[in-house]
Unconditional design. Structure first.
Length: 164
């Protein structure tokens, strides 16, 4: 299989993801799920995603669509469109699937995946995390990961604006 095919095969729709999840669960793979906008991929994102991937066997990323990113971050975002963001995430060797979602939260995806581990940044409280109740009810766990200090898309965006 060519690398370009491998990349394309990691970007999936919910129906394809459902089949992957079923296959991985039959193989007793520990599935980790996280989500976000991942607009300007930076070292903080990589650190977070590597730590998430280390918690299991398969890492699934729910990626906010352009529309849901605008809804969360404002009209000036995303800087990179959903196709670019999906491809960049899928190119990471430790990412097994990237799936777009258009809703405000990934609750429907989390219900589809029912991951063994749901991961979010430590700036959240477990009771604030969309889908945490679904994961714990199905026997999974919610884990919080500390962010690498000093890295954020907002800070990069401000730096770019101020340098012009």
């Amino acid at each position: 299989m060519q690398n370009s095919d491998l990349l394309k095969n990691k970007i999936v729709n919910p129906d394809h993801l459902k089949g992957l999840i079923e296959s991985w669960k039959l193989q007793h793979k520990k599935i980790v799920f996280t989500n976000g906008c991942f607009d300007l991929l930076h070292l903080g994102h990589i650190d977070y995603l590597v730590k998430a991937a280390d918690l299991g066997d398969k890492l699934v990323i729910g990626l906010n669509s352009d529309r849901s990113t605008r809804q969360l971050k404002g009209d000036h975002r995303p800087i990179n469109n959903e196709e670019s963001r999906s491809a960049i995430l899928a190119a990471l060797f430790f990412v097994d699937a990237v799936v777009l979602f258009d809703e405000e939260t990934p609750t429907n995806l989390i219900d589809l995946v029912k991951p063994d581990i749901l991961v979010k940044g430590s700036d959240y409280k477990v009771n604030e995390i969309a889908g945490a109740d679904i994961v714990t009810a199905s026997g999974g766990e919610v884990r919080l990961i500390d962010y690498l200090p000093g890295y954020s898309t907002t800070a990069i965006e401000k730096k770019i604006k101020n340098s012009g």
